[in-house]
Design a protein around this ligand. Structure first.
Ligand code: GTQ
Length: 343
């Protein structure tokens, strides 16, 4: 615990403290309180062209039922736990044609961003949310969810979960549904109709802090972004960027996780910015260069990359780009600790 001591002459006192399960704060202060954040984990990019064959191979070797969730987790090479960042878990999930991933629920909240689909859905709280490329689906804490591929090709999406945060707090719970697939007792688009059409139910209240809208289809979000882009100049740090919102309060979609969609025109280079949140990016359309801290990669469609906390981010579009991202900003804002800096 105490290696290089500031006051080696006090070693004997520290040894006695240690036997009393105590530590001198003055020896460890800089590790606990510092003028700038420590960066957790490394910037990293996972090329979809490299990850897809690993997924498809897993698809021939283990069934979705055997695996329960056939997910290849994206592990940050700078962390010793299976997260993509200190606060976030991410993975690529595969469901093959005709397969289901059985119904369960857990206290960790999740989002799914669809990368490949010929038909399929995630069922959440009795509603089937269709999965098409670019669609965002939320599964809030403790919501029943199961997945099914109803198409002829592989169904692949990026999972984002607040697993490290929830587990850090010691609030990890899970249970299986008694049936493989939960009963469907709601129409498709039920949640969007009740909460996302500029209307809300006349009676009753939504009880949880997560958005009651479960699905944010790409057809809608892309069209919105495109319309904004046609009338506004791109922001120097973000291009055209919008935040997926909870219609109840205009806040983020989950109490822990925020999500964003941004467009960059061909040739555009963002100015650098950094924030205390860790962010995971997934490229929906186009190609370009990402500069994250000291790392630099070219990216193309379905590539995933992570920017750790307090690390400079700059994006350059080679062609017109649409980029999805999610982060722990929602949790940080609720705790009142979120900060950003622009260069
Ligand atoms: O689909 O329920 O990537 O429970 C990790 C844990 C996905 C899921 C993950 C999960 C799920």
């Amino acid at each position: 615990m105490l290696e290089k001591l500031k006051y080696p002459a006090l070693r004997d006192a520290y040894d006695i403290m240690a036997r009393a399960s105590a530590v001198p704060l003055w020896e460890i202060y800089d590790r606990l309180v510092s003028d700038q954040p420590a960066v957790h984990g490394a910037p990293h990019l996972w090329h979809y062209a490299q990850m897809r064959p690993l997924l498809m191979d897993a698809g021939t070797r283990i069934s979705a039922t055997e695996a329960e969730r056939r997910v290849i987790a994206l592990k940050n090479p700078g962390l010793d736990r299976p997260g993509i960042a200190q606060t976030l878990f991410a993975g690529l999930q595969l469901v093959m044609p005709g397969e289901i991933a059985t119904a369960h629920r857990h206290s960790q909240g999740a989002i799914r961003f669809v990368l490949e689909s010929t038909g399929g859905y995630t069922a959440v709280n009795g509603e089937r949310c269709e999965m098409r490329r670019g669609d965002l689906i939320t599964t809030p804490s403790w919501a029943w969810h199961d997945h099914e591929n109803t198409g002829a090709g592989p169904l692949v999406w990026l999972d984002g979960l607040d697993v490290p945060l929830v587990n850090f707090f010691g609030a990890k719970f899970a249970e299986d549904h008694p049936q493989d697939q939960q009963p469907i007792d709601r129409q498709p688009d039920d949640s969007a109709s009740r909460w996302g059409a500029g209307l809300r139910p006349f009676h009753g209240q939504h009880a949880t802090p997560a958005s009651p809208v479960l699905s944010y289809p790409y057809a809608t979000t892309r069209a919105a972004l495109e319309r904004v882009a046609s009338s506004d100049a791109p922001d120097a740090h973000h291009g055209w960027k919008m935040i997926y919102t909870n219609p109840l309060d205009g806040g983020h979609i989950l109490p822990t996780i925020a999500a964003f969609l941004q467009m960059l025109p061909a040739g555009f280079r963002t100015r650098p910015w950094r924030t205390t949140e860790a962010t995971v990016f997934a490229v929906v359309e186009g190609s370009g260069t990402a500069r994250i801290g000291d790392a630099e990669w070219t990216f193309t469609e379905s590539d995933v990359f992570v920017a750790p906390n307090w690390t400079w981010i700059a994006l350059e579009a080679h062609t017109d780009c649409v980029i999805f991202s999610f982060s722990d900003r929602s949790a940080q804002e609720r705790l009142g600790i979120w900060r950003a800096e622009e260069n």
